[in-house]
Design a binder for this molecule. Structure first.
Ligand code: DP6
Length: 400
């Protein structure tokens, strides 16, 4: 329950998530309600995370926000939607439980600072981690407990799935007010310890068509998207939950690839068409299928969001050989980035048979770097005051 004991400064971290059943299309633009349910894997924050500090004070004269060190317009509609939603919940959840007067802190202005440890807008779902983290930090500082799906979702739909660790579904819900459009954990991060995720960073450039605008055009023009949402996704959600429950990698991998491909097919079916994949993305798709064909089973699976980066799902014992295959087809070029980042990986020696199976058209420099990670937990609250991004004056601490 909200109380005057809530800390006036809070720092949280939140994870990136990658959907294996994709969200694409809204039935309500304002409330950010989706046309289908979706299911994602939460990535470990050791490799990819957003850190956000929120602090409130009666002395602040306006809400302010700094993203990656730069002050941004706090009037952006989605930031405003999150702020309004958290203040509404703070009043509502309090008045549900207590009859006493609202605490004065509810009227205090907030300062927020947020940083990512990965490139923004590179197709790595930075908005999901960012808005999940904003929702958590605001909730703590304003004393809101319970599910924060409605707050995170108003920032970015996929953000509600970053509120939990492990495997998470976002139920589309039926209600017009969105109260049943919430995220829920399907299985915790400890459920499938062998699962690994490799983010193949193709380009750190900003994407051409943002997902918000892209999916709006898809909803308006793509009959394939409507068919997908109505006729296919419900069964796919159930099947994906089964694959996860039973740790059935074969079926998990195949359905992950099919759903990614279908999402990109709806993008091409959009008018004017949208294409997020580039030549390197398509080469990765090819590589994965050849690698699997060589082994006679699904050892690795790809998924692509609204950008060219490939996200690879595989099991721990396949990582050394697959990373060697990636290095073989995309010989690293000096670009200032370490090629293998994240969890330590020792690439295997490729057999001549596998090399032959992969084909012989290497694309030097096609992949900038690989981030190796695993399934991880949901948002965390950092207790160490040294972690705060804002100083006692409510302004960003100088970067050390
Ligand atoms: C392709 O959540 O970024 O990554 O709700 O408009 O902010 P908005 O869109 P966003 O869309 C994510 C789309 C996706 C698929 C997914 O994560 O499910």
């Amino acid at each position: 329950m909200a109380s005057e004991q809530q800390p006036a400064v809070v720092t949280c971290t939140a994870p990136v998530n990658i959907a294996v059943i994709k969200y694409w299309g809204k039935r309500d633009e304002e409330l950010i309600l989706p046309i289908n349910s979706s299911l994602s894997v939460t990535l470990h924050q050791q490799q990819l995370k957003t850190t956000t500090t929120a602090t409130i004070s009666k002395d602040f004269t306006e809400d302010r926000i700094w993203l990656n060190g730069r002050e941004e317009d706090v009037g952006q509609p989605r930031i405003q939607a999150c702020l309004q939603e958290i203040r509404r919940l703070a009043r509502k959840r309090r008045s549900d439980g207590a009859e006493d007067a609202l605490p004065p802190r509810l009227s205090y202005k907030v300062h927020v600072a947020s940083v990512n440890n990965f490139p923004t807008a590179a197709g790595l779902a930075s908005s999901a981690a960012g808005f999940a983290c904003l929702a958590c930090a605001l909730a703590r500082v304003y004393g809101v407990e319970g599910d924060l799906s409605e707050v995170a979702r108003r920032g970015s739909g996929s953000a509600c799935r970053s509120l939990y660790g492990g495997f998470v579904e976002w139920q589309m819900g039926q209600r017009a007010d969105g109260a049943d459009s919430i995220a829920q954990q399907v299985a915790p991060e400890s459920h499938w310890p062998e699962l690994r995720i490799l983010v193949l960073v193709v380009s750190a450039e900003k994407k051409l068509t943002g997902s918000t605008a892209g999916m709006q055009t898809s909803v308006e023009t793509s009959a394939l998207l409507r068919f997908r949402a109505e006729a296919l996704v419900p069964a796919r959600m159930a099947e994906m939950a089964r694959c996860i429950r039973e740790r059935d990698f074969q079926a998990f991998g195949q359905l992950t690839m099919k759903d990614s491909n279908q999402f990109h097919a709806t993008c091409l079916d959009t008018f004017p068409p949208i294409s997020y994949l580039n030549d390197t993305s398509r080469r990765v798709i090819h590589l994965v299928h050849r690698f699997n064909a060589h082994h006679g089973c699904t050892k690795v699976a790809y998924s692509f969001d609204a950008g060219p980066n490939a996200v690879i799902f595989t099991l721990a014992d396949t990582v050394p050989e697959f990373v060697a295959a990636v290095q073989h087809n995309f010989p690293p070029e000096p670009n200032g980035d370490k090629f293998l980042q994240g969890l330590p990986v020792e690439p295997a020696l490729l057999s001549d048979e596998l090399k032959a199976a992969l084909g012989t058209d290497p694309t030097p420099g096609g992949i900038r770097y690989i981030i190796a990670t695993q399934v991880g937990p949901g948002p965390q609250v950092l207790d160490d005051p040294g972690a705060h991004l804002l100083g006692p004056d409510g302004l960003p601490k100088p970067a050390s």
